[in-house]
Design a protein around this ligand. Sequence first.
Ligand SMILES: Nc1nc2[nH]cnc2c(=O)[nH]1
Ligand SMILES: [Zn+2]
Length: 508
Amino acid sequence: MPRLFYGALVTPTSRKEYLALPHSLLCVSDAGQIAWVANNVLPSDLQNELARHGLSDDPNLDLVELKTGEFLMPGFIDTHTHAPQMPNVGSGQQYELLDWLQEVTFPMEARFSDPGFARTTYETVVRRSIDCGTTTCCYYGTVHLEATKLLADIVHSRGQRAFVGKCNMNRESPTYYIEPSTEESISATRSLIEHIRSLPASCPPDSPPLVQPVLTPRFAISCTSDLLSSLGDLARSDPTLTIQTHISENASEIAYTKVLFPPESLPPLPPSAGEASRKARDTYAGVYDAYGLLRHNTILAHGVHLEDVEIEVIKAQGAGVSHCPTSNFNLSSGCAKVGALLDKGIKVGLGTDVSGGFSPSILRTVQDASICSKVVAMSAPSKPDDSDGFTNRQLPVATLLHLATLGGAEVCGLGSRVGQLAPGRAFDALVVSIRTDVGNPAVWSADLDARLDVAASGGELGYEGGRGQTETEELEGMLERFLFCGDDRNVRRVYVQGRLVGGKEYTM
Ligand SMILES: Nc1nc2[nH]cnc2c(=O)[nH]1
Ligand SMILES: [Zn+2]
């Protein structure tokens, strides 16, 4: 039996535009795919529209009618986070990256050698991520195989779409938290891939499984050349394997990477290598490129200080960038120039980077991405010309929405499957409410209250706002208030592949 949602709907269409549709009727198939969407269906037309689809006389019709102040939107995509770091959120922010790893992060990650601790922690982490509205999440685990298998199992049973990776790290790490050899790191990685790929399928047969493995070299510094080389071989043997890693986050990290991987130490480029690869040899991106780890399905977290030649090679290889502004502010890493990446045509999504970032919510990341773009614009040596590019400009709401949804989907190779509420895509969606009765006064709207008063006194629920806005403008205002003042109280229902998996109204 198909399920129908009737009410306001918001969805990105491009990096610059989105649709705000006050009266939509959206149909979800049994397989959790969006079958069709009808727009401009006024309440008086609803029965006719249902009849057009042969659905009006069904006594079991599963129709969810959204209330005034509620809207549907695509679920958030968190393109970079660390599941084992959630217990550390809100602590250790006096450090910059390399000290923070040693003092705060590695001691916590080491505790995941205990599967009991891993299980209880990961249950909380995954529930919290889903309830924040994240329908797809790219998780780093720890170096531990058992704990990372548990993370994949929990994500699978909770119904979140995800990529789960076991960290590879065999050097420049403390003795209590390091893999003993390349062979053991690769063998555990293979076991995790096998484990995840053997989880029961929960998607239509022609769709990728909800939970997928991801190769996860922590960052170049923590991997020997031998390990990077073996990971490159593994990647080459399976072009469908997604890769995630960190790049160019912090000045000391970049300098040390260059010390560890001088260009003469890198494997020679094949004769087929392009100009961009040759020019980037002595850069951070050049290291990943030389080992075959920079490709169409690589997710690069941060990219705060990328050189021009690195941007070129990232573009040439089709890799994507996970913008993690909350973490970049918190660890004093810097402001990524996301506008310039977008103008280059590089795929960009958002990452919470818990616990470099102190919130598991993509909403917080959206807010910081906006502020970051304003800082970049304010500190740019010259003002942008009249072109319609993003470089050195503040990111508009449409772009922020895109980064949080469709942009993230593109970064993790799901750009044609999720990130947009459109026919043929999976129903990975949120029911958002900005009504005051959900308990978040920060999203309060005088106009919405006025409408609700009219409704409560038996009046027409037509638009009665005081500022002469159209319904579309009012919905755009609701989206903006949600993005900037919302939190998980406003995320009422979270659906993945058509299944209700979380949100404030979810009860297990
Ligand atoms: N933000 C962040 N950067 C890293 N670089 C290497 N490891 C990490 C990590 O755990 N967090
Ligand atoms: Zn990270």
